[in-house]
Design a protein around this ligand. Structure first.
Ligand code: SF4
Ligand code: SF4
Length: 332
């Protein structure tokens, strides 16, 4: 269902807008991150995008202290009943289950962003204003707009409207999606999508479920369908040492890509694990599921990625590369 604001305009729940990005599609891009996800990957570095609802993030180190400020308490209809401070007077906790109305007034009023609202409703007009302000960069570099998440296709109706508006403005479009969604939602946005970026995290359904919370059958089916529809695809595998970096899994992935996707793959990127987003987990008071994971030294994982990319290029004739930093050689 297309959500609308009080003025009746369609809105999307957005966690972030990044301008001048260069890794998720060709050229210089504006990237819009949608809130809500269908999976729960152990290594997720964007935990603020998982819940489909707005959430409060707390950053005590930014708080000016209750004694010197307390704007949040004054803004909140329940004041100190909900907003708690530690012994030093720094904001430390919000009793979400104690009658919080989710109004976000505390976050809006906090002068130092010690309380932050993860997720903001944005209209098409607001987003297009930001997108269009960088049109000259897109033209010069072959760039455009990338919708990302979370899982952008959870808000597929709004995403479709936004992609349509971009295409009408002559701006090329990429969608980065895990594709763990109903096929009809995926196909609905493809009419206005030039490039699809997606992941294959593991070829074994059971292991995939352990790593992400969901099996991979629907994802692989949607990837097949994406290729059948003639969409250009960038495939990525986040390579997690000890979980999916074995040659057997990589060869199975290579077979699937070569045998079932034809010539639709413009790049296959093997991405290293990077421990990121831990401060966001803290702000949400959520434990980081990969807390105890020990990543190998750089020289070990770098060698690993190069070896796997080499297998995919030589045995399966795939355009495999280690990392996502190389220029994506595709015209949209
Ligand atoms: S979201 Fe609203 S009700 Fe909840 S703590 Fe903040 S100001 Fe209070
Ligand atoms: S409004 Fe922000 S800075 Fe001020 S007391 Fe509340 S959390 Fe701290």
């Amino acid at each position: 269902m297309l959500h609308k604001n009080a003025a009746g305009e369609p809105v999307g729940l957005i966690t972030n807008i990044q301008r001048y990005t260069i890794h998720d599609g060709p050229g210089i891009r504006t990237e819009i991150f949608f809130k809500g996800c269908t999976m729960h990957c152990l290594w997720c570095s964007n935990p603020e995008t998982i819940s489909p609802k707005r959430e409060l993030g707390i950053y005590p180190s930014k708080c000016m202290t209750e004694g010197k400020c307390s704007w949040c308490v004054r803004a909140c209809p329940r004041g100190k009943e909900l907003i708690k401070f530690d012994a030093e007077g720094l904001v430390s906790f919000i009793e979400k289950d104690g009658g919080c109305a989710d109004c976000m007034k505390c976050a809006d009023e906090c002068p130092n962003h010690a309380i932050k609202s993860w997720g903001e409703e944005k209209t098409l007009k607001e987003l297009m204003r930001v997108i269009k302000s960088d049109e000259s960069f897109y033209r010069r570099t072959g760039g455009g707009v990338t919708l990302n998440g979370g899982e952008v296709l959870l808000q597929w109706e709004f995403a479709r409207e936004l992609l349509k508006a971009c295409k009408e403005a002559g701006i090329n479009t990429c969608v980065e999606t895990a594709l763990c969604v109903p096929s009809e939602h995926m196909e609905a946005v493809y009419e206005f999508t030039d490039l699809v970026i997606t992941d294959i995290k593991h070829m074994d359904p059971e292991t995939h479920k352990k790593l992400t919370g969901r099996s991979n059958e629907l994802i692989l089916e949607n990837i097949r369908r994406t290729a059948e529809l003639g969409k250009k695809l960038v495939i990525r595998t986040p390579v997690i040492h000890g979980y999916n970096n074995d040659e057997e899994n990589i060869r199975k992935t290579g077979e699937f890509l070569r045998n079932e996707l034809g010539g639709n793959i413009v790049a296959y990127q093997l991405l290293p694990y990077r421990r990121m987003g831990t401060e966001k987990y803290e702000s949400l008071r959520t434990p980081y599921p990969f807390e105890d994971y020990k990543a190998p030294e750089r020289e070990v994982w770098e060698k690993d990625l190069l070896k796997l990319a080499d297998i995919l290029r030589t045995e399966f004739d795939l355009p495999a590369v280690a990392g996502s930093s190389g220029k994506l050689d595709v015209e949209l």
